[in-house]
Design a protein around this ligand. Structure first.
Ligand code: G3P
Length: 214
């Protein structure tokens, strides 16, 4: 599973990108609003930090408006992916953009059928929201597993981005369920990195080393 970071905070992106582990970034209107900065400026800055796909979401609710926004956003950089919500207007926009070779990420996917529709409309990526599915007492990872199997059986090359990841366990489970990509918040990246046995192991090595050279 490839790793994307799910944030619009450029400091967080810079830090995790410096580890050499991320190959893309996803944002959404809530994450952009949290930064209190100009949308296009943020996306431009992110695309200068990370070479891979950068998802920037449209806010129009009609297909025409979505396409118009998309055509502006792709001018920012050649790695912009247009994030579009899973609605009938969204699907219309995805199919128009696919014909123009513009990559799309269909977001707010909560069922395998929504995933199939998005894939058939020509989406490059689909984003099932596993945390939000768990929130309502259903199994988010099971959705990823079902979609991965469905896409595999039918040779669908739309990639699955496991989104709304809330914990390191979600990352493990999404990868074992066959997700192509996991988009992970900064906090979860830090949780994945740290382990108490690594910290105590380093302290032990250094103290043994110091004792030996004294
Ligand atoms: O990638 C989608 C993600 O940003 C949503 O996460 O935690 O708001 O459900 P969350």
């Amino acid at each position: 599973m490839r790793l994307f970071i799910d944030t619009a905070n450029v400091d967080e992106i810079r830090e995790v990108a410096s580890w050499g582990v991320i190959s893309g970034v996803t944002t959404n209107p809530s994450l952009i609003a949290k930064e209190g900065r100009d949308f296009k400026q943020v996306i431009e800055e992110i695309s200068s930090i990370v070479n891979g796909p950068i998802s920037a979401e449209v806010i129009s609710e009609d297909a025409e408006g979505m396409v118009e926004e998309a055509l502006e956003l792709v001018k920012i950089s050649n790695n912009i992916v247009i994030k579009i919500p899973m609605t009938s207007e969204g699907l219309k926009a995805v199919s128009v953009l696919a014909k123009k070779d513009i990559k799309t990420n269909v977001t707010l996917i909560f069922s395998p059928l929504q995933g199939l529709l998005a894939a058939r409309a020509g989406a490059s990526y689909v984003s099932p929201f596993i945390g939000r599915i768990d929130d309502i007492g259903t199994d988010g990872v099971a959705l990823v597993e079902q979609m991965a199997e469905m896409f595999n059986i039918h040779n669908i090359d739309t990639e699955i981005i496991a989104a709304s990841i809330r914990s390191p366990k979600h990352v493990i489970d999404a990868s074992m369920a066959g997700s192509d990509i996991g988009t992970i918040p900064y906090k979860v990246f830090k949780q994945m990195l740290n382990h108490p046995l690594t910290d105590s192991g380093i302290r032990q090595f250094l103290s043994d080393w110091e004792k030996a050279i004294k």
